[in-house]
Design a protein around this ligand. Structure first.
Ligand code: NAD
Length: 356
């Protein structure tokens, strides 16, 4: 039997609650589709700071590197906000991404017809939205050196190399070829030199993909266009900071931040994680929506293990559960038949996987 080793990092806040549900659903499909998943649990984030004094212990990093994929929840919380930057939970995640070479973050933003009323936009504006945000993840201003904070001034550096842009662009073009064959490069080329380089490199990469239409859009316009007419986008390619912001905006178009998955890929081992944070405001209450994490698990099956049928089965189960009116609290207002806790909806999705 095929066996895949998954390094599971639950993290902080709602992380443990939502990851548990994804593991439940994965267990269910692995039995059905005849493969085995070994789950190996490790700490990262504030919980690791409390025990090991660092947000990403070597033991976790080594386990992640040795695994076939990382399934991750979320990290962070007020308790660790005042630590030095290298000790903050987010530093652990940034280091993990960098060490694993996970330079491309794929964030599908798809609206479920069943949740059309959960969007803050009008149904006719959002019906049929299917965007793939490809966000560069290990470069740009989040990592650029030098960076310094003084009492009366502070600075960060936005830096990109040709190679960094080229490799993530290739991933975006490959993805576009399997979808609507259109890429919107989002940048600020009227102001930033890094954006000008992005335009040059993307134009170069585009020569190998003549079927893909490429357009350029300034980030301020893109933020506006996303709420004006989101259906105009197919693949939205952008750098780290812009991608972080625009993908949260895209998530709200789809109804709740608790719905959107992501895959951070590029190196040997990918990280599969919801796009939201650790939601400390609702942690421990059993009301977090685990669907983003469950859909991230589906992405893991598809991208890391090539188990496309099992991934599709999870996606079908999620859609059917929403169609039948099961809702967590964040989407409870919208055509709900039954309001479920985190673990109840996880169990229902898990049961529904037997139908497909
Ligand atoms: P957040 O995404 O955690 O929460 C924003 C809002 O969305 C909150 O009201 C929260 O209750 C809600 N929400 C998020 N996920 C939800 C879910 N699955 N179900 C229902 N509601 C959900 O963002 P924040 O409040 O800005 O940050 C909280 C902490 O998370 C901070 O410490 C931040 O640094 C961290 N963070 C971590 C990651 C990550 O681990 N990848 C990403 C972003 C933020």
């Amino acid at each position: 039997m095929k066996t895949y080793n998954v390094c599971v990092i639950k993290g902080d806040g709602i992380g443990p609650e939502i990851v548990e549900e994804a593991v439940k659903v994965l267990d269910s499909v692995s039995h059905k589709f005849g493969f085995e998943l070994n789950f190996d649990y490790h700490l990262m984030g504030g919980c690791a700071v409390d025990i090991f004094g660092v947000p990403l212990p070597d033991e976790t990093l080594n386990a992640a590197k040795a695994s076939d994929a990382v399934l991750f929840g979320a990290i962070g919380g007020a308790k660790w906000d005042n630590l030095a930057r290298h000790l903050r939970p987010e530093s652990g995640l940034l280091k993990l991404r960098k060490e694993l070479g996970a330079f491309a973050n794929l964030r599908p933003a798809i609206i479920f017809d069943e949740l059309i009323n959960a969007s803050t936009l009008k149904p006719e504006t959002v019906r049929g939205v299917d965007i793939l945000v490809v966000r560069e993840l290990t470069g740009g201003i989040y990592f650029g050196q030098p960076r310094e904070k003084h009492e009366k001034s502070a600075f960060n550096t936005m830096v990109y190399s040709y190679e960094e842009i080229e490799r993530v662009s290739k991933i975006a073009f490959e993805a576009a070829m399997k979808r609507g064959k259109k890429i919107t490069l989002v940048d600020k080329a009227n102001v930033l030199e890094t954006s000008q380089l992005w335009r040059e490199v993307v134009a170069e990469v585009a020569k190998s993909y003549p079927e893909v239409a490429v357009e350029q859009m300034y980030v301020d316009n893109a933020a506006m266009q996303l709420v004006r007419d989101p259906k105009q986008f197919d693949v939205l390619l952008t750098e780290n900071l812009f991608g972080d912001i625009l993908s949260d905006e895209a998530s709200m178009i789809c109804g709740s931040i608790g719905l959107l998955p992501s895959a951070s890929i590029g190196g040997k081992v990918g990280i599969y994680e919801p796009i939201h944070g650790s939601a400390p405001d609702i942690a421990g209450q059993g009301i977090a929506n685990p669907i983003a994490t469950i859909m991230s698990a589906a992405m893991m099956l598809r991208y890391a293990f090539n188990e496309a049928e099992a991934a599709q089965c999870i996606e079908n189960a999620v859609k059917s559960v929403l169609r039948d009116g099961y809702r967590t609290k964040d989407i409870a207002k919208f055509d709900a038949k039954e309001i479920c806790s985190t673990s109840e909806i996880g169990s229902i999705i898990s049961d529904y996987t037997h139908k497909f």
